[in-house]
Design a protein around this ligand. Structure first.
Ligand SMILES: Cc1cc2nc3c(=O)[nH]c(=O)nc-3n(C[C@H](O)[C@H](O)[C@H](O)COP(=O)(O)O)c2cc1C
Length: 185
């Protein structure tokens, strides 16, 4: 067996956590999460992203109503980070925001916290309004600020089993040519 480093171990344990213990995330930890966000790579180093750190219970409750399905767990989260961007600054803000979102999720995991991504971009709030407009209005964001995701974070209130190595979809990985499986001779 080769030596496996801490980051690979972390990846092996990574699961989406949607239930949280009620306690607040300490300010020092929030500071580390924000540092992780600001260290995320972005295309051409433009850093089009912006982040709203939400720890206000009322706002978390309102954010949990962003979508009909898939955002409700934010009501029980002590912390949420809204990942948004000035879309006029970069044509690849979606990629940049996605990278920042997963980086903060992995940083949270490394700090003993659980997290889950809530998709906001391209999702409806209801029949009349997009989830993005709902979040934009709720948090007082200007028109040209677009919203990718909300990452709910807190001390895990549920345990999830790691995905067994045998369940990984190696058939999706090719070697050199698309018609040659990664594990074929
Ligand atoms: C782009 C993206 C959007 C997601 N949107 C939501 C969402 O809106 N609500 C939610 O509860 N989970 C959401 N998730 C979490 C996925 O449901 C979860 O990652 C997937 O089911 C696999 O489970 P795991 O993360 O525990 O391995 C999203 C994940 C990604 C990467």
């Amino acid at each position: 067996m080769s030596n496996v480093n801490d980051f690979i171990e972390l990846l092996r344990r990574r699961r989406s956590i949607r239930k949280f213990a009620p306690e607040r995330v300490g300010e020092e930890t929030v500071g580390l999460l924000v540092e992780a966000l600001l260290r995320a790579p972005s295309s051409r180093g433009i850093n089009p992203w912006e982040f709203v750190v939400v720890d206000d219970t009322e706002l978390l409750s309102s954010l949990s109503r962003s979508k009909r399905h898939g955002s409700e767990f934010l009501k029980g989260a002590p912390l949420a980070i809204v990942v948004c961007a000035d879309s006029t600054k970069s044509d690849v803000w979606i990629e940049d925001c996605s990278i920042a979102s997963i980086i903060v999720q992995m940083a949270a995991l490394s700090l003993g916290l659980g997290s889950c991504w809530v998709q906001i971009r391209n999702r409806p709030h209801d029949g009349n309004k997009s989830a993005e407009d709902y979040v934009r209005e709720l948090l007082g964001m200007p028109e040209d600020v677009v919203v990718e995701s909300i990452v709910g974070i807190g001390r895990p209130g549920e345990r999830k089993r790691a995905i067994p190595a045998g369940d990984l979809q190696y058939e999706k990985v090719k070697r050199n040519r698309y018609d040659h499986g990664f594990r074929e001779d």
